[in-house]
Design a protein. Structure first.
Length: 342
């Protein structure tokens, strides 16, 4: 057995669907690609089980049962619910964006509870979420207290359901940098909330590889898991401007981008054993590294890679993991034989 630190590979399965048509996100397409790539976990976001593609948060009880049946046939488990929780306005302010505002008590009672119910139905311990949109043009630091209060209530709702809420770093939100997300983590101070690092979501804002590493280190005390995608800027950008997520078109695999995943993952390897123990105490099977490559395009609420792009992104990630000596598991012939009852 290897003495190297070990991660569990996962990914957003909707990115692996039809190679060209982004409107096709059938469960069979998603699960067939993941099984062929050797992955045993996936994050669920958009999926079609016969009535058209929809966010998993809108699945009916019958549709959830279909998802469970199909994922069992393909030998898959859900790592996390890729929910959009927290991708709404913090304040009811017309700031020129199309972001929705939902009164928080209603949001907590309906959307957050739906995410918890979905996690239980699909036997996952993790819900991915975000840190709310501050009014466009305002300083996110001015909204930390209210965001922390609301995030704390979300974490408590997850905690009561024996779940863990992961807060992802992303542009345009209050937690748009690793330092801001770390500050939210300290203010919330709840055992059911962890942080999700995503290097590309910082690269697109114009930060350098060394600055991204510094932000990763800031997030380390609250770290829960990683999203893996990278970005390569074709030309310098002006930092500090709102990011048009739908215009981002230069996502690349982890071994080709500007984030320097090698140095990030070397740091990650040092904290993996302690992080794994922490997560296992909350009933989570280990530390997930979740592919979200966007290599054929990304936007505010999702991305697209196709089966070929997902394969390229997985091989790129594995090359970096091998290089920094982090162990991982992909299905082998023994797994196939076991599935056939041999």
């Amino acid at each position: 057995m290897s003495d190297s630190p070990r991660v569990i590979l996962s990914g957003f399965a909707d990115e692996a669907a039809h190679p060209v048509d982004q409107s096709q996100k059938t469960a069979e397409q998603q699960f067939a690609v993941f099984a062929a790539l050797g992955m045993q976990y996936y994050s669920i976001r958009f999926i079609d089980v016969g009535s058209g593609p929809k966010n998993a948060m809108k699945l009916t009880t019958t549709e959830i049962q279909k998802v469970r049946k199909l994922q069992n046939e393909y030998g898959l488990n859900v790592s996390s619910i890729g929910s959009p929780i927290g991708k709404v306005k913090l304040l009811d302010v017309d700031d020129g964006t199309k972001n929705a505002y939902i009164p928080f008590k209603k949001y907590l009672a309906q959307d957050v509870q739906k995410a918890c119910q979905l996690a239980h139905a699909l036997e996952s311990k993790l819900i991915r979420g975000f840190s709310f949109y501050h009014p466009r043009g305002s300083d996110p630091h001015d909204h930390l207290e209210q965001a922390a209060d609301q995030l704390g209530q979300i974490a408590e709702a997850c905690h009561r359901s024996d779940l863990t809420f992961g807060l992802e770093v992303e542009a345009n939100l209050i937690g748009e940098t690793g330092h801001l997300l770390a500050e939210l983590y300290r203010k919330v101070n709840h055992p059911a909330m962890v942080l999700i690092f995503d290097a590309a979501n910082i690269v697109v804002q114009g930060y350098t590889a060394d600055e991204i590493l510094d932000q990763f280190r800031a997030m380390t005390p609250g770290l829960g898991w990683l999203h893996i995608k990278d970005y390569h800027h074709p030309k310098p950008i002006t930092r500090g401007q709102p990011i048009d997520e739908d215009a981002l078109a230069n996502f690349v695999p982890a071994d080709l981008g500007d984030a320097a995943h090698e140095q990030i993952l070397r740091e990650f390897a040092r904290v993996l054993p302690k992080l794994e123990r922490k997560l296992r105490r909350r009933g989570i099977p280990g530390v997930f590294v979740d592919l979200e490559p966007h290599v054929k395009g990304g936007g505010q609420f999702g991305g697209f890679s196709g089966p070929d792009g997902m394969g390229v992104a997985l091989r790129g990630l594995c090359r970096v993991l091998d290089y920094v000596d982090i162990d991982y598991h992909l299905r082998d012939f023994d797994d196939v034989k076991a599935a056939r009852g041999f």
